[in-house]
Structure formats: structure tokens, C-alpha cells
Design a protein around this ligand. Structure first.
Ligand SMILES: O=C(O)c1ccccc1N[C@@H]1O[C@H](COP(=O)(O)O)[C@@H](O)[C@H]1O
Length: 232
């Protein structure tokens, strides 16, 4: 695939501090994930989400992440966080995910029960999904554990955008983008000091590595061509 002027989208997930949200915007990150899943160490209360939302720069998406939350909890989070996108990581079906009137991403664990499902099956199961988050963890398990995604497990017939997640960091995101060419990349633990506490230097290095991967144009035969932006 030729990647002329392609820009890999970046989502930082599980932010809990307004300063981290501000820095994400300054670094040019496309989306910031606020986690309402009960099983997450990065979970925030809806009221706390309001302050984080206010720290978000314009033109940056706020993504509200859920895992088997009740409809009431999802609505409460939406009221406070005013997300532009929802992300579901549990056993929610398409009807549940779409009932809130916002576009949604469905998180799929590439290990366990959902391993080996084709893109065709995923698209049929979640026909209204805007895209998918393909994550390294087993289905039924919460993400955010740093469990490394196996690029070989990505279905080869994904027709909707997918975001790659699972154990990504500044040390491996370049290689992951070069081999999988995802629509976007999503990271939680790889940019933090401890769950929910992000590290500015790791955030910056992660973005730099994504930009470096995007700077290379791959020809149809996989050869590395010159940089689209700088011509080198
Ligand atoms: O991050 C969490 O705590 C979490 C909890 C429940 C479901 C999903 C969760 N996070 C998602 O998992 C990916 C990968 O995380 P990591 O980079 O491997 O630590 C993260 O980007 C979130 O979208």
C-alpha cells in the first residue's frame, strides 16, 4: 500500500490529570481517552471527567471508554465528559453501543475467544461501529495491561479503520506502524509512570516515533521511498 501523505492517528488513553490532557493537545495527539470501566486502575468519576474535558484543546477528540458499564453509567459519563467518540471493551453488542447517538469504536482482544475472527465477521457483528480497536489482550480481559499485540493476529480483511493497541511504546510503535499500517495507534501504559499518571517525556517520544514512521513513504513493493514532508 502506498502511504502518500498518510498520517497515523494517535490516541493517548487513561489520562487522569488536566496537565497530561493539555500536553497531549500540544503534542498534536488526535484523541484522549477517559476511562469509566469499573475494572480499570485508570478509571475516573464522571465529575472528574468534566475538568479533564475542559483542559482539552479544540480539534482533539475526547473518547469515553467503557467495559460492561450500565446504560445509566454511560449516559452519566457522556453528560459530564461530552465525548465525541465512545469506545466499548466488554461484551456490549452493536445495539447497546449505538444507542447513545455517538459514533463508537469496538475494542477487540486478539487473544482468546475473539482470536481468529475475520474482519468480515467483526463488521457483521458490529455493523454500526465507526472502527475497531485491535488490542493485544484476551477477550473479556480489560486492556491497559501493556500486553503486546501480535501483528500477525490482525485480520487481513479489515475494511473499516482500526486502531492498533496493546503494549505499544516509543520503542516499538515505529515498527508496529511499518508492519501493520493501522489507521491509528492507542497507548495507555507505554507512556506512563504508573496507571493514570502519564510521563511527559514518554508521551513526546511516542509522538516523535509515530511521526518518524509516517515520514517514510512505502512504495507498492514495500520499498522505502523519500519522505513526503521533507524530501529526504
Ligand atoms: O487502560 C485501561 O485501563 C483499560 C481498561 C479496560 C479496557 C481497556 C483499557 N485500555 C485500553 O487498552 C489499550 C492498550 O493499553 P496498553 O497500551 O497496552 O497499556 C489502551 O490503549 C486502551 O484503549
Amino acid at each position: 500500500m502506498k502511504r502518500a501523505l498518510f498520517r497515523t492517528r494517535i490516541k493517548f488513553c487513561g489520562l487522569t490529570r488536566a496537565g497530561d490532557v493539555r500536553l497531549a493537545g500540544e503534542l498534536g495527539v488526535d484523541a484522549v481517552g477517559l476511562i469509566f470501566a469499573g475494572r480499570s486502575p485508570r478509571r475516573i468519576e464522571p465529575q472528574a471527567a468534566r475538568a479533564l474535558r475542559e483542559a482539552l484543546a479544540p480539534l482533539v477528540d475526547a473518547v469515553a471508554l467503557f467495559m460492561d458499564n450500565s446504560a445509566g453509567e454511560v449516559r452519566d459519563a457522556i453528560t459530564h465528559a461530552r465525548p465525541t467518540l465512545l469506545q466499548f471493551h466488554g461484551s456490549e453488542d452493536d445495539a447497546f453501543c449505538r444507542r447513545f447517538g455517538l459514533p463508537y469504536l469496538k475494542g477487540i482482544g486478539l487473544k482468546g475467544a475473539e482470536a481468529g475472527l475475520s474482519g468480515r465477521v467483526l463488521h457483521a457483528r458490529y455493523p454500526h461501529a465507526a472502527g475497531f480497536v485491535l488490542d493485544g489482550h484476551a477477550s473479556g480481559q480489560p486492556g491497559g495491561s501493556g500486553e503486546r499485540v501480535d501483528i500477525a493476529a490482525i485480520p487481513d480483511d479489515m475494511s473499516k479503520p482500526y486502531v492498533l493497541a496493546g503494549g505499544l511504546s516509543a520503542d516499538n510503535v515505529y515498527a508496529a506502524i511499518r508492519s501493520a499500517s493501522p489507521w491509528g495507534v492507542d497507548v495507555a501504559s507505554g507512556i506512563e509512570l504508573e496507571p493514570g499518571i502519564k510521563d511527559g517525556a514518554l508521551m513526546r517520544r511516542f509522538v516523535e516515533e509515530v511521526r518518524r514512521a509516517d515520514c517514510i513513504e512505502l512504495g507498492d513493493n514495500g520499498d522505502i521511498g523519500e519522505c513526503n514532508a521533507c524530501g529526504r
